[in-house]
Design a protein around this ligand. Structure first.
Ligand SMILES: Nc1ncnc2c1ncn2[C@@H]1O[C@H](COP(=O)(O)OP(=O)(O)OP(=O)(O)O)[C@@H](O)[C@H]1O
Ligand SMILES: [Mg+2]
Length: 842
């Protein structure tokens, strides 16, 4: 094996499971099985040398190919040459300079600026007790909590980790729960054990116990946290000192949203194509900095549930709504500010470029003006932000002194440090500059001496300084010129005097660049030392941008401040769907009221034709409750929102074949989750239930579920359904109210009014909607015929219902229709067997 391949195999062995990008001169090469992966994923050409598969790409394409590899879920070790190429006799030393994984990248080019980039770790300690920890390296957050399996799936869906670490022997059983993670990395089991992980944490935080952070020392999540910290230290090959705290994540301070609810309410991504575009987030986002955008993203996925905290945000938003001019000024200033979180963490992990430091300096210069604007505010939160906004003047002053106005990207080519910052550097630069003047003088002198007017002194990397004379003047070249190279039409020469001077100038330049690099590193270290203060300032800017953006939204879209109350009620007048309100043409959206209380009914059963607006209305209510808990104003005339502990949704049908669940099984799993976990403080949105099975099974389940939610669970509930039979429950169920979405029936068509009104609908107009959708006329006509013969074939009555008090309950009395069609294989008169599923049981 050649020495180069030995180097490759050593890197491979030290970084199991990773793809190795191996620098060889002007290219990165992938070898063996990596080459095949590279060929498949990067589309680079696969070749063979001595039977070894190889594939390569030019150095400049590194970032591009890294991004593609990461997106495909791979981790990459980058091996670089540590010395310039030599004559080929000596093997060039190479080292792994970077390990790039989805969860540990900090480069802007590889990240979405508007989303956090989480890396998580999970360990199971008992059958239903797991430890979870996560970090966002780009902002220095590090959190942990113990969870059940169900909570883990929800938290994972909220965090959407770019990378999730699990013990290698638990991969099989944990993978299915972590389906929201973009990539999974198996880690040695020992990195999760209590003593190793505890030691890593205690060492990193320099404490003897983690109780100071609010943990007790045997919590499972600390095992995950320690394993995560160790991985970060190994992978970054740099300090992770910007992670200064492990914060316990207290799930009870947030309004809980399970994975299904987040997904079906399309909070940050749409159901259809998982894109941000069209989601609640995309439509309400008025932030002007990436820091604020990420704050909003997180806030929507973890709304608050404590009244004081919500009110504090609302007070601040209200003040910024009132103060138009202030809001405008703040937004204008925030807009010019860079992503201080990510810049700071790059400085802290020794990855910041001179340009990054320049951006920090520019941002710090903008702060005093911003702070001045924030003084004298009334709301407590804005006052607090003003106090916490650290200007970090020492760092600003240092950067202003040390760096040029527009520092370059690369630190090794000079042009980074400001004139006058360092005496020795100034001297070296002068020498370089004088050198150049000397060359100019030398050229003039040689022109005079030789009489060749076109004589030029030039410079190339390979040749250094030279004198160029055209062939026409060759006979006038003095004898002391030494011929070096022949070009087309000219020859190049050197002289001992020229070479002597070159030596002096070039060493001066080399030394000046080296010194500049040294000074840059010192400056970066000095910035890194102030990481915590800079991050705190970034946090303030994020929250300020978030609040200002909510105020901007409220002001431009005519939102009102919700009143938050402790009782479990809702009173929204003229509420609008926050997404449709913006996407429909102005004036087209029909506002509606939601009033849930003991007087107005805690359970609204909403019937109405297809396409009438049932789903829109119930989702709108859930979204407004969510927004109120985020601290936002609401698109409504007025709103009183009772504090909510959880929002549950059961919406639409979705197959999760990947989890091995059928459509109906998913539906019932979601229903079970709601029935078992909702409380009187919860809000439940049901959009059809029992539709994935036979009509009789479905309506029976919907019936029983309605009773149970009403009698036992007692949450505020909106239930949209086409089971008109359920309307009979108004009366027997004291807090259930029938509502319907109004339509106007004209001779040949129906007009959707989109108005929610008391009372129930008795028709679905499904066939009419089918016609609108372009179903062939023959089918529509036949359906009308069949409908005629089916109508009134079965009835269900509320009957002699036994009030439900505790989980074991007798069901509703189902009165079989006289003909018992369910048991009959015979189709209805002249119709097809629509209830085919009933036939099979006969
Ligand atoms: N309040 C409203 N104002 C204006 N347009 C509305 C309103 N509500 C709904 N719509 C329009 O009607 C369409 C259908 O609404 P939605 O999906 O809520 O109907 P639905 O009653 O749930 O129908 P189905 O029974 O078929 O599920 C929406 O996509 C929207 O364009
Ligand atoms: Mg619907």
């Amino acid at each position: 094996m050649t020495p180069m391949f030995q180097q490759f195999h050593a890197a491979k062995a030290a970084h199991p499971g990773m793809i190795v990008f191996f620098q060889n001169g002007e290219f990165f090469e992938l070898f063996e099985s990596d080459a095949e992966v590279g060929h498949r994923i990067l589309g680079i050409t696969l070749t063979k040398r001595d039977e070894t598969p190889m594939a390569g790409f030019p150095l400049a394409k590194l970032d591009h190919h890294l991004r593609t590899m990461l997106s495909a879920g791979h981790r990459v070790a980058v091996v670089e040459q540590m010395e310039p190429p030599n004559d080929g006799k000596k093997i060039i030393p190479r080292e792994v300079t970077r390990i790039v994984t989805l969860g540990t990248i900090t480069e802007d080019e590889l990240l979405d600026p508007r989303k956090p980039n989480h890396i998580a770790a999970v360990v199971r300690v008992k059958s239903n007790l797991l430890g979870l920890a996560w970090a966002d390296l780009t902002s220095g957050t590090f959190r942990a909590c113990d969870v059940t399996e169900a909570q883990l799936a929800d938290e994972c869906a909220r965090l959407m980790p770019a990378e999730c670490l699990i013990p290698e022997d638990a991969a099989e059983q944990l993978r299915p729960i972590l389906s929201s993670a973009r990539s999974i990395t198996s880690r040695p089991h020992w990195t999760f054990d209590p003593s190793t992980s505890g030691e890593v944490l205690r060492k990193h935080f320099a404490t003897s116990t983690l109780s100071g952070f609010g943990f007790h020392d045997h919590q499972p999540c600390l095992q995950a946290a320690g394993a995560l910290m160790l991985y970060l230290q190994e992978t970054l090959k740099a300090s992770v000192s910007h992670i200064r705290q492990l914060v316990p994540h207290l799930t009870n301070t947030f309004l809980a949203l399970d994975e299904t609810t987040r997904r079906s309410l399309e909070i940050t991504r749409t159901l259809r194509d998982h894109s941000r575009e069209g989601s609640l987030l995309s439509l309400i986002d008025r932030t002007v900095t990436p820091m604020g955008a990420r704050f909003l993203h997180d806030a929507l996925l973890a709304p608050l549930n404590k009244r004081e905290a919500i009110e504090a945000r609302l007070d601040a938003v209200a003040e910024l709504v009132r103060e138009h001019a202030l809001r405008g000024a703040l937004r204008e200033q925030l807009e010019t500010i860079s992503d201080l979180h990510r810049l700071t963490t790059r400085a802290s992990t020794a990855r910041a470029t001179p340009k990054d430091l320049g951006a920090i300096a520019r941002t710090l210069r903008l702060l005093p003006k911003l702070k001045a604007k924030m003084t004298g505010r009334k709301s407590a939160l804005l006052c607090e932000l003003e106090t916490q906004l650290e200007l970090v003047p020492d760092v600003r002053e240092l950067l202003d002194r040390a760096l040029v106005d527009e520092p370059p990207m690369y630190p090794k080519e000079g042009g980074v440090i400001r004139e006058g910052y360092h005496a020795e550097l100034d001297e070296l630069r002068k020498l370089t500059r004088d050198g150049k003047e000397w060359i100019a003088r030398y050229q003039a002198q040689e022109v005079t001496r030789t009489g060749i007017a076109s004589l030029k002194v030039g410079f190339t990397e390979v040749m250094g300084f030279y004198i160029e004379v055209t062939n026409a003047n060759e006979n006038r070249v003095p004898t002391d010129y030494i011929h070096e190279r022949t070009l087309k039409g000219a020859k190049r020469y050197i002289t001992p005097q020229l070479k002597e001077y070159e030596e002096k100038v070039l060493t001066a330049q080399d030394r000046s660049h080296a010194l500049e690099f040294e000074l840059f590193l010192q400056t970066r270290d000095a910035v890194a030392a102030q990481t915590l203060r800079l991050l705190q300032t970034a946090d303030v800017l994020a929250l300020l941008d978030f609040l200002t953006a909510l105020a901007e939204l409220a002001s431009t879209r005519n939102y009102t401040r919700p009143q938050i109350v402790d009782e479990s009620i809702l009173d929204i007048r003229e509420g609008r769907h926050p997404v449709l309100d913006q996407t429909l043409p102005p004036g087209n959206f029909v506002p509606n009221d939601t009033r849930l209380s003991l007087d107005d009914g805690m359970f609204w059963l909403i019937t109405g034709p297809n396409m009438a607006g049932k789903s829109t209305f119930i989702r709108q209510t859930a979204l407004l409750v969510l927004l109120a808990h985020v601290g936002s104003f609401l698109p409504a005339k007025s709103a009183t929102i009772g504090l909510t502990d959880r929002i549950f949704t059961r919406v639409g049908a979705s197959d999760e074949l990947s989890r091995g669940l059928s459509t109906f099984m998913v539906e019932m799993t979601e229903a079970a989750n709601i029935l078992n976990n909702a409380t009187p403080q919860s809000l439940i949105i049901l959009d059809e239930i029992g539709r994935g099975t036979s009509t009789y099974d479905g309506v029976s389940l919907a019936w029983a579920i309605t009773e149970y939610l009403h009698d036992v669970v007692k949450s505020r509930t909106l239930f949209a359904t086409h089971y008109h039979e359920l309307a009979q429950l108004e009366g027997p169920l004291a807090h259930l109210r029938n509502y319907n979405v109004r339509v106007q029936e004209l001779e040949h068509e129906i007009v959707f009014l989109h108005q929610i009104a008391p009372g129930h609908a008795d028709k679905s107009y499904g066939i009419h909607v089918a016609q609108l959708a372009g179903v062939p006329n023959a089918v529509v006509k036949r359906a009308e015929q069949v409908l005629g013969s089916l109508q009134n074939r079965y009835t269900i009555s509320a009957g002699a219902r036994v009030p439900v008090a505790k989980p074991e309950v007798p069901g509703p009395e189902i009165v079989d229709p006289p003909e018992k069609p369910k048991r009959k294989a015979k189709p209805p008169t002249s119709g097809p067997n629509l209830f085919g599923e009933g036939a099979s049981s006969s």
